[in-house]
Design a protein around this ligand. Structure first.
Ligand code: SAM
Length: 453
């Protein structure tokens, strides 16, 4: 019997996607997927480095696993994948000698070969954090169960790897390398295959997804490579909705704004990381836009799609951020009226310029600003969700609700979760529901007027 593998993922959707591709590559080689760590022959932690807390979580988890496995099942193979594996490499094995495998961000697709080597006794430890040309095209396999009741309705498609922005706070350009994009035909082939297996909504993924194809695909009729890709995916029969994450405000040129007016499958939802409302801080962060430019983008998007759902990422507290800077962030949040915002407590990262900047802020101050911003985001969010009550919303039904599997859940075009009393036959349907009630970042639809098409 081939060994079974359990992969635990930390961090962003790109990491989720990388794990899924590794799992699918392993299955293709005959490995099985274990239902839990307790029964797995291989346990892999796919790691995140964006904040220290995420790294410490994965290290702590591995320490616990190593101690337990040494006692009960010493033959189990333990490995780190992804961003922290990339930035720490061999150090991880020096610190945790029970770890057998360390695979960096350009080597995910080698995981299966390395496990084969370990099981065949050819190697005992493997560390591979090298660069590899073409690795951006190696994240393409999906775990799909054919066109069955269990096959997913939504899927992520990784269109590029790496980042060239070098924000002063961010470790990603160092862990993921420079921007490398797949070709349009390659991505379209993957999306077609997904649509043929029953996927109806595709989310295109990249660290700065709007920078797709910048160096390789010439602008055509004023359209960037990213907009050309959106058009190509829009053509695919069976794909009903297109999303993408995460973009950078600099990517919202007129061609992209105009694409929203032209491409009905491109849903009215934008996750636009702003990080701060203060021009002084935006400059310190090396973000490449001002508050005014950011507000201008929001205005243009809302002009073409008034129902546009807008979410963001905000960092509290960058070194040197004053109370005045922070108040500018609060006022920006009020002005834009974000549907929701992910607030990140600043974490100094190895080799990033911000880690050496003067004015590092104590944890207590971060907690205080975090709480104030969160209260405001929740208040604005609650207003947004409350406004939906009484409306008819189009949702794509994804499956049972995570919190209460007796109910079904779907998403509105502008990315709000709707829970309703439905059944398995609604899975994959695009339908209208009447919103009866709003909870915390969740809407509840009325089953009485379900209108299945
Ligand atoms: N496209 C995104 C953008 O425009 O910034 C990049 C995605 S980034 C990897 C995800 C989020 O992580 C960022 O938006 C930022 O808020 C957060 N982040 C990055 N570095 C961080 C740090 N050192 N401390 C806290 N949060 C951080």
């Amino acid at each position: 019997m081939m060994p079974s593998v359990y992969i635990k993922t930390y961090g962003c959707q790109m990491n989720e996607r990388d794990s899924e591709a590794v799992a699918a590559q392993l299955v293709a080689k005959g490995y099985t997927l274990a239902s839990s760590e307790a029964v797995a022959d291989v346990i892999l932690l796919n790691t995140c480095s964006v904040r220290d807390a995420a790294e410490q979580k994965a290290i702590g988890k591995m320490q616990t696993l190593a101690a337990e496995m040494r006692r009960t099942r010493p033959e189990v193979v333990l490995g780190f994948l992804g961003c922290m594996a990339q930035s720490r490499g061999q150090q991880l094995i020096d610190k945790l000698p029970d770890v057998d495998l360390v695979v960096g961000t350009q080597k995910f697709h080698r995981t299966a070969d390395y496990l084969d080597d370990i099981f065949a006794g050819k190697r005992t430890k493997v560390v591979d954090v090298g660069e590899e040309q073409g690795s951006e095209a190696a994240i393409r396999e999906h775990i799909l169960n054919g066109n069955t009741a269990e096959s997913p309705v939504t899927a992520f498609v990784s269109i590029m790897q790496g980042c060239n922005q070098y924000c002063t706070f961010c470790i990603v350009p160092y862990t993921r390398g420079g921007e490398r994009s797949r070709t349009i035909p390659d991505i379209v082939a993957e999306c077609r295959e997904l649509a043929a297996r029953g996927v109806r909504e595709i989310t295109l993924l990249g660290q700065i997804v709007t920078s797709y194809g910048k160096r390789d695909i010439p602008v055509r009729d004023g359209k960037s490579g990213f907009v050309q890709l959106l058009e190509a995916v829009h053509e695919i029969e069976g794909v009903e909705r297109i999303r993408f994450t995460s973009p950078h405000p600099k990517g919202y040129g007129d061609d992209l704004v105009e694409a929203y007016a032209r491409l009905p499958k491109l849903v009215e939802s934008a996750h636009l990381p702003v990080q701060s409302g203060s021009d002084r801080l935006l400059k310190l962060m090396h973000r490449g836009y001002t508050r005014e430019r950011f507000l201008g983008i929001i205005e243009k998007l809302r002009r073409v799609r008034p129902e546009m759902g807008i979410t963001t990422d905000i960092i509290v507290v960058l070194p040197g951020e004053t109370e005045l800077d922070f108040e500018e962030t609060l006022s920006l949040a009020r002005e834009v009226e974000f549907d929701n915002a992910y607030i990140f407590k600043y974490s100094p990262r190895k080799d990033t310029p911000a880690a050496a900047m003067p004015g590092q802020v104590a944890q207590a101050a971060k907690e205080e600003r975090n709480a104030r911003l969160l209260a405001l985001i929740n208040e604005i969010g609650a207003r947004h969700y409350e406004k939906c009550v009484g409306r008819q919303e189009q949702i794509l039904v994804e499956g049972p609700s995570k919190k209460n599997p007796a109910r079904m859940m779907g998403r509105t075009r502008n990315n709000k979760i709707v829970v309703f009393e439905g059944s398995g036959r609604h899975r994959g349907q695009i339908m209208d529901v009447k919103i009866k009630r709003a909870g915390s970042f969740t809407l509840y639809g009325d089953p009485a007027i379900l209108n299945v098409d």
